[in-house]
Design a binder for this molecule. Sequence first.
Ligand code: CA
Length: 238
Amino acid sequence: MSKCTVLIIEDEKNIQTFMGKILKRHDYRVLYADTGAQGLELLRSQCPDIILLDLGLPDMDGDDIIREARTWTSTPIIVISARTAEKEKVLALDLGADDYITKPFGTSELLARIRASLRHSNRLRTNDTLYLRPYRHDGMVLDFSKRLLKVNGAVIHLTPIEYKIVAYLAQNSGKVITYASILSNVWGPYADDDNKILRVNMANIRRKIEDDPAQPKYIFTEVGVGYRMAEDEEEAEV
Ligand code: CA
């Protein structure tokens, strides 16, 4: 099996080195760029499998790299961002980034984000039946073909809208999904961009699936950005 190539576009050397070491230890091939221009050049010449992108680069905004990259490639992009920059994260995701990771982050979080994004892009490419294999996590099973959700063996009755939300998040498990993306996927492209209807539905979903809705273990809130469903167990091993 050939190694997955990760392109790290990041001007802070210590973060670059930290990520590079982890990735090499987990058998990824790593390319480094200190500037946006270098990053775009490596993206074109090396066709990496995934990009880790810092938004604050010396020569250009990370957003401009996402815009430029998305004119010709769907290579997954994970944004490396500062803790408090919700608006930046949402903009980057809406421009076509696949996910983000917030500094400071740990090894397992970085690897999980990469796995989830690679898996999602492989699915889109091959359009294989993985989509139809049930989602499983810690006692929850969602069978897409039967539209059936069970938690610890008990059938959970969801409204059609609630089902659409859960299924969309499960198909993208491990990845953050923005409010706007959920609204347009569930309610259609002309959906109101008011999150209230989504929050109401999410509260109802959590009451049905979580032991303690205030401490969710299946669907997590990414404050100011959207929701992230726990990574599919079977795929977490891959
Ligand atoms: Ca920086």
